[in-house]
Design a protein around this ligand. Structure first.
Ligand code: DOR
Ligand code: ZN
Length: 349
């Protein structure tokens, strides 16, 4: 039997839209479905000032064109020694800047201007706490002596926990939570929430590494073990308000995914919602899908849910879907989640 669900138009609380030809090629996938989108600032030239954020926002809206109706990019600033507190406060007051994103230097794509230790920025974070500006954290240690699969837990213990103790009023999001340690951390800290990706909910490290390494599943933080995946699925499908959808959609051209060194990032803006809906349906928790995709994140960031509605239908018959997109520069990007999405139709009536 077909299953139909109606949810408030969802929000994507973590997305990379890139710039130029890639932005033009990918923005429609996000703008066509989502209401708010928290835009990551890790362009090759990081978005570190209010002016850069304002210009980037305009480029996003221009690229979305007709598809921008009902779609609102929310801008973030890149936390680095170049970030100026006065500029941040001005950007936040005028409504252009919604949050600050912290990257450990070297942890992922375009993170070289990130921090060595999150505690180095404690004065900035105290000011942000005073002004109600959320901190979004890529929580992954860059210590090469720590096993790759333990690096989220290590960062949380050695950097984020001390920060939360020292600035208890700071609103913090553990972005793309990838382990049971991350889930526990959120449950143990009252001002902390987590965004969760479709790929960390639906794949494990065996999918990534067997029968051979799959560059299309390579992202940071790395997709972790099956017990980690199950812990994330359990807390998310329970409807817990501290967990919400952030796709971490991060397109890279196939030339850079399949080259000498695969770039980290999975493009899931096209089918990520279907992948998540499939998880909730399989767990018999479809009644909590709306909380995860449409209301928990909005409540955490101080917004009402959308009054528009999105309708998802799961059909027994499979539909044929595109598996790649092309940019005007001739690049190809692989679309994640085609198997799940082939069972679903999604519309904004
Ligand atoms: O896999 C990832 N890709 N993780 C990130 O944190 C950044 C992203 C990107 O920008 O490609
Ligand atoms: Zn990201």
């Amino acid at each position: 039997m077909d299953l139909t669900i109606r949810i408030p138009r969802p929000d994507d609380w973590h997305v990379h839209l890139r710039d130029g030809a890639m932005l033009e090629a990918v923005v429609g996938y996000t703008a066509n479905r989502f209401r708010y989108a928290m835009i990551m600032p890790n362009l090759s030239h990081p978005v570190a000032t209010t002016e850069l954020a304002e210009h980037y926002r305009q480029r996003i809206l221009n690229a979305a064109g007709d598809q921008s109706a009902g779609f609102h990019p929310l801008m973030t600033l890149y936390c680095s020694s170049n970030l100026e507190q006065d500029d941040l406060l001005k950007g936040h007051e005028t409504g252009i800047v919604k949050a600050v994103k912290y990257y450990p230097a070297g942890a992922t794509t375009n993170s070289s201007q990130g921090g060595e230790n999150i505690l180095d920025f404690i004065e900035l974070f105290e000011t942000m706490a005073d002004h109600g500006i959320p901190l979004l954290v890529h929580a992954e240690s860059t210590n090469t002596e720590i096993d790759l699969f333990d690096r989220e837990a290590a960062f949380l213990e050695t950097e984020l926990h001390p920060l939360c103790e020292q600035v208890p009023t700071l609103q913090v999001t553990v972005e793309h939570v990838s382990t049971s340690a991350g889930v526990d951390f959120v449950l143990e800290h009252s001002r902390v929430a987590a965004s969760v990706t479709p790929h960390h909910l639906s794949r494990n490290k065996s999918d990534l590494l067997t029968p051979e390494f799959d560059p299309d599943l390579f992202c940071k933080p790395i997709i972790n073990s099956e017990p980690d995946r199950q812990a994330i699925v359990d807390v998310v499908t329970s409807g817990n308000p501290s967990f919400f959808l952030g796709t971490d959609s991060a397109p890279h051209p196939t030339s850079e995914k399949y080259g000498e060194q695969a770039k980290a990032g999975i493009f899931n803006a096209a089918y990520g919602l279907e992948v998540v809906a499939e998880i909730f349906a399989k767990e018999n928790k479809i009644e909590n899908f709306s909380a995860f995709a449409s209301t928990n994140g909005a409540a955490f960031y101080g917004y009402e849910p959308s009054e528009d509605e999105l309708v998802l239908t799961r059909k027994q018959v499979e539909v044929e879907l595109a598996s790649t997109l092309s940019t005007s520069d001739g690049d190809q990007v692989v679309l994640f989640g085609i198997d799940e999405a082939s069972h679903w139709t999604v519309s904004l009536p």
